[in-house]
Design a binder for this molecule. Sequence first.
Ligand code: PHB
Length: 361
Amino acid sequence: MNSKDLFSPLQLGPSTLTNRIVMAPMTRNRAAEGNIPQEMNRLYYEQRASAGLIITEGAQISPQGAGYPFTPGIYNDEQILGWKKITAAVHQKGGHIFIQLWHVGRISHPSLQPDNALPVAPSAIKPDGDAFTYNGPQPFVEPHALEISEINNIVDDYQQATRHALNAGFDGVEIHAANGYLIDQFLRNGSNNRTDEYGGPPENRSRFLLQVLAAVTSVCDSRRVGVRLSPLNSFNSMRDSDPMTLFSYVVQQLKPLKLAYLHVLEGSMSPLPEGDETFDYKKLAALYDGIYMANHGYDRQSADEAIKSGTADLVSFGIPYIANPDLVERFKADAPLNAPDQASFYGGDETGYTDYPFLSS
Ligand code: PHB
């Protein structure tokens, strides 16, 4: 009966994915000036089109959503035009592509903000460390705590960005609610100490995410909308006092929305404080009844096992996709993988971006 594996097709809303291997969203800081997707970005995604699904790097929903140099946006016509070339190239190769909709919240710097404004967040709590700016690392600043009217405007920005994404030819959108960016800042209580309806119990801290999803699914078939969560990731100074309770609540709320998928980073990008390392991802996944996409540290074998056992429906790969445009073909042939070059992960030109060799070359 149950004969599915990593190479089995999957119906994702209206899209028939040819396999269960997903290219995970990854910031590469190679957009053109003005945060506009350009020719080398088209080639990069086109090279990876044999993935069952590509999820793009985070794309800012508004100028305020930016937190790094040279990350693409999806808020103006030039950006939409740049993305159109990318979606057309991926579709031409038989692939599918979602765009990750991103607002960084407090993980920014006035020099990256319109009118040098303060970055925004649920609460005026400064993250530790430095922002990456056009002038190198600069200490994070205490963000401006959003007023309710400002929160509503950001929800509108997500909706508008979704319209733009559909316009640009994307098969769907992924709402980035992970990794310490704005939505995650609302979810976890290390970054949210609000006393209004957006702070306090999980119901309140989830309100912003659920409002965003309501706004997005009112302009886009819900089966084309995915969500990414990272319950334990401590990256960007994140923590929560009770992640299992919080994220169990979130997942229960996602169930009736009939989304494309739930995408979970099952780990942490930064070291976790002692005692905080455990989280029952299987239990979280079991609470969900739709398509579950697992991410973080999977290889060919563990991913195949996850699909075969039904623990996951899709598995996304990050770093392996940087260095292996033909990851699907390599997995199929059980061929060796190219080693990634860390130094060219963020920023730069085609080197370490579109010049990794294919098996056949
Ligand atoms: C990063 O730039 O390091 C980065 C961006 C987005 C993420 C995670 C990490 O979700």
